[in-house]
Each structure stands twice: as C-alpha cells, then as structure tokens.
Design a binder for this molecule. Structure first.
Ligand SMILES: NC(=O)c1ccc[n+]([C@@H]2O[C@H](COP(=O)([O-])OP(=O)(O)OC[C@H]3O[C@@H](n4cnc5c(N)ncnc54)[C@H](O)[C@@H]3O)[C@@H](O)[C@H]2O)c1
Ligand SMILES: [Zn+2]
Ligand SMILES: [Zn+2]
Length: 384
C-alpha cells in the first residue's frame, strides 16, 4: 500500500518532509499475535494534517519519540498521521462481541493508543495514560491506505449526520472541545490567544456551548479573517512590539481586552498558540477569579510575569492534553451532529474552504505541493 513515512535511512537531521512509499499493508494474524483478536484494520478515506505533522515534516518535534519507538520495534520507517476517517475492512475475532465494531462501520479514532491498565487508565483518566503511544509518532499512523489499531480507540461515526471531510477533523476538534469543557462557558466572556485550526475550532465550540463574547488574538491576517467569518466578536491583530524580554505580554492586547470587557478582563482565556508571551497575555487578560486554559505546547521553560498577581487575583490555571476518552468524543458528536449550531457547515465552508485547494488526492502528492498547501491553509486533508 501507499503511505507517507519518515524513513530512518534518510536520517532525522539530514532530511525533511514525508517520503511517499509502497510499504507492506497491515494484517491481522491472531496465531502469532494475540492482541490482533482486539485489533481492526481501517481503510483510510481522509486524513487530516495537523501542526504536529508540520513539526515532524520540519524535524522540529517528536525526534526522540519517533526514533526511540522505531528502535524498540526494530523498524525502519514510521507511517505518520493521526487524524483520520475511514471504513473498517477487517476485525479481530473479539472485536464485534467486545467493542460492537463491525466490518463496514465508518470510524474515526482517538490518536492516543492508551493502555487501559495504568494508574490513570483504571481511574477513567485515559487522556493521561502513562504508557500511551501516539498514532503517527510512536505507533504507525493514518497517512496510508490502511491503518491497524486496537479496537478500544475506535470511534464510530454516523455518516448520515457528519460529512466525511468533517469526520476526519473530529480528533483536533475534540482538542478544542476538551479545552472548552474545562469550565462552564455559558454566558462567559472568552479570549482565544491563537487562532490556528484548534483556536478556530475553539471559537465554534465556545459559541456552541454558550459563551457570550469571544475575543481572538492572532498575528496572521488570513487566520484572523477566518475567525471573523466564524463569528468571533472581536479579533485583535497581534503586532510586533518593543520588549525587554520576548516572554513579556503584549501591552496593547491586554489593554484592548480590558477595554472590550469594561475594565474587568475576560472570564476565561485560552492559550492556543504555544508562546510564552501568549501565556502571559492570557493570564493578564483574565479577570480576578477567572480561568486560564493552557493548551499550546512548546518544550522548555516559560516565565510567568507578576507571579504574585496571579495568586492575589485568584486565577485558576488548567493544563489540557488530548481528549477525554470517550467523554470528549461524545460532546464532539453532539456538537457536530446538531446542524442548528452551524458548526459543521462552518468547519467545511470556512476552515476547509469547501475543499478548494485544501484536499490533496494521495496520487497527486509531491513534497513541494504538500508543503505549499500546509503553508497556505490552516487545515488540509489527504484523500486516500
Ligand atoms: N494540548 C494538546 O493536547 C495539544 C494538541 C494539539 C496541539 N497542541 C498545541 O496547541 C497549539 C495550537 O494548535 P494548532 O494546531 O492550532 O497550532 P498552530 O501552530 O497551527 O496555530 C497557532 C496559531 O497561533 C498564532 N500565533 C502565533 N503567535 C501568537 C501569539 N503570540 N499570540 C496569539 N497567536 C499567535 C499563529 O499565527 C497560528 O495561527 C500549538 O501550540 C500545538 O502544539 C496542543
Ligand atoms: Zn493533531
Ligand atoms: Zn494507561
């Protein structure tokens, strides 16, 4: 089968992008591998490209996880990709009875391959599993014609209610749902610091869950205009500013948010860019007693400005990772299947631009084409 891979023989530092390669198709062999009784093989229809795939493409992120897991499995390449939608084409002998998943079901997948056995998993906190593997990073992923996964991470999708292109975005949309469900957003004022795909999804989710006013912060004009189209009430452009240290907050952002909220600050801020200054913007834009949802990721140390003020102002900080399995997926389904809220329509028409220039048939893949698409659109899909 055709797959997009990171090939170890090209070296991590000495290569870029994904190699399109004919690789052996996954198979179920219960005699040799007992766990295959609980596995399924899915024919991928659409796979979504996310910021972490861009990180692998540029070799900026996940080096140790990819090389380490390939070493352990004694494998030469990793199939990348973790957001997808497709059809179940083969199931292990225990799958129908134990997971109610059948050949012919249309499905998406939780991208964290959780163990179901560690301290967190047995307490229902599977999103923070100690032994998790991640599809497309430490487990072969979905940029391929077929993907094999354990049945316990498979999520059935009703294609009469959710269109396949949107179904392929359930995983990152679920990130936004998980973040937005950390607190009750009904009637709340919200700041979204960063309007990449997940920030844009978060705008739709926050509105869908009843937030009153949404303020977005974003340096990129295209992303900012998409946010306006999605119904974000105020979009504040982030402009370069003189600072003593790069970690410092942007004074005009905090000032404008206070002006919009009548000098109070927002009830809830979401950091969805992954920059230190953006974390400080989120904290300093939040009202006394409010909530700060930390979602963006960057490795290394961050500096919090005016740490004492954070305590004295009585803020609550929440770190959000992945999706709750499957609680978040259930909310995701409700928000997507309820067409009255317009979320699905906006995801397809605005974020995916009706598929115009955002969907790449795998036969047309070239490194240059794919890179251009990633550069120009917040969300792109590969069609298999
Ligand atoms: N916690 C999790 O489970 C999880 C899962 C997926 C992604 N992430 C992280 O969440 C973040 C958002 O994901 P994404 O895919 O939308 O990322 P992205 O990088 O595509 O989007 C980030 C957006 O923030 C904007 N931005 C840059 N600097 C900014 C600043 N100082 N203030 C405001 N906006 C700024 C960028 O222009 C871009 O539009 C990333 O950091 C990503 O690594 C976290
Ligand atoms: Zn992702
Ligand atoms: Zn676990």
């Amino acid at each position: 089968m055709i797959a997009l891979i990171f090939n170890k023989k090209n070296g991590w530092e000495t290569s870029k992008g994904f190699e399109m390669k004919e690789v052996s198709a996954p198979a179920l062999n219960e005699k040799e591998n007992k766990t295959d009784a609980h596995a399924v093989i899915i024919k991928v229809h659409y796979a979504g490209v996310c910021g972490s795939d861009r990180g692998i493409w540029l070799r900026h992120a996940f080096r140790d996880q990819i090389l380490g897991s390939l070493e352990m499995e004694q494998k030469e390449h990793r199939i990348v990709g973790h957001e997808f939608f497709g059809e179940v084409v083969q199931v292990g002998s225990r799958v129908e009875a134990e997971y109610h998943i059948r050949k012919g079901d249309f499905v998406s997948c939780e991208s964290h391959v959780i163990c179901n056995q560690c301290f967190q998993c047995v307490r229902g906190e599977k999103h923070v599993c100690t032994n998790e593997k991640i599809l497309g990073i430490s487990h072969d992923g979905a940029f391929a014609e077929l993907v094999k996964v354990p049945a316990h991470i498979v999520w059935k999708t009703n294609t009469s209610k959710i269109r396949p292109e949107v179904a392929a975005m359930q995983e990152p949309f679920g990130n936004a749902v998980h973040a937005a469900r950390k607190v009750d957003l009904r009637g709340k004022t919200v700041a979204l610091c960063g309007l990449g795909p997940i920030g844009l999804f978060a705008a739709l989710v926050a509105k869908g869950l009843g937030a009153s006013t949404i303020i977005g912060i974003e340096p990129n004009e295209k992303a900012a205009s998409m946010a306006r189209e999605l119904g974000v009430d105020y979009v504040i452009p982030l402009k370069p500013q003189e600072k003593t240290h790069p970690f410092e907050h942007d004074q005009n952002i905090v000032k404008e948010i206070f002006e919009i909220t009548g000098g109070i600050g927002v009830d809830v801020s979401f950091e969805m860019a992954g920059f230190n200054s953006s974390v400080n913007n989120a904290i300093l834009s939040t009202r006394r007693g409010g909530d700060v949802i930390l979602f963006g990721i960057k490795s290394g140390n961050f500096t919090i400005e005016h740490y004492d003020r954070l305590i004295v102002r009585g803020l609550t900080l929440h770190a959000v990772i992945g999706r709750r399995v499957f609680e978040t997926w259930e909310t995701t389904r409700s928000l997507l299947e309820d067409t009255r809220n317009g979320i699905q329509e906006k995801m397809f028409n605005v974020i995916l631009q009706r598929g115009e220039g955002t969907i790449l048939p795998i036969k047309d893949y070239t490194v240059e084409r794919f890179e251009q698409m990633m550069l120009h659109h917040p969300k792109i899909l590969i069609q298999f």
